[in-house]
Design a protein around this ligand. Structure first.
Ligand code: DQA
Length: 148
């Protein structure tokens, strides 16, 4: 049975392609989302991708996923490090039985100290970081592998 996965990207990720390419690579978010759509199709998953710079919007989408029973792949971007509102919405999501994979293009653990804290991680089913666009694709594979 195919199930729905919401792929959410947080603040500043719409600027991928030109944003610090030495850290985040040269792919645009649209290019990454195209890879996500291809990977999902080959895994038999239904996906939809959304991006926002807005904390309230992201919280709303996490609540929507919780109510609908969708799994979520989330790159919370800078919210990762300080947004208790996003962290609490993630706790609500996984508390309802949905799975949540936290993803990062870079590896925050090998960067500045403020990036070493994730207020989302405690509620995540798992975390994948450091593989560029591959982090999103590996997250889909992890969800599909657990379904089998
Ligand atoms: C990021 C890492 C965060 O520390 C940063 O604030 C981002 C992107 C990543 O994908 O590597 O915006 O989540």
């Amino acid at each position: 049975m195919s199930h729905h996965v919401l792929v959410l990207s947080g603040p500043n990720l719409a600027a991928l392609g030109s944003r610090e390419p030495e850290i985040y690579g040269t792919l645009t978010l649209a290019a990454i989302e195209a890879q996500v759509a291809d990977e999902a199709a080959s895994l038999g998953l239904e996906v939809s991708c959304r991006q926002t710079d807005d904390e309230a919007q992201l919280v709303g989408w996490l609540h929507e996923a919780a109510a609908a029973g969708w799994d979520v792949v989330l790159n919370p971007a800078a919210f990762t490090h300080y947004s208790y509102a996003v962290g609490d919405a993630c706790a609500h999501l996984t508390g309802t039985g949905s799975r949540l994979i936290e993803v990062h293009l870079s590896n925050p653990a090998s960067r500045e100290a403020f990036r070493h804290t994730s207020v989302v991680a405690r509620s995540a089913t798992g975390t994948i970081a450091g593989f560029g666009a591959g982090s999103y694709l590996l997250a889909l594979r992890a969800l599909a592998a657990q379904d089998r």
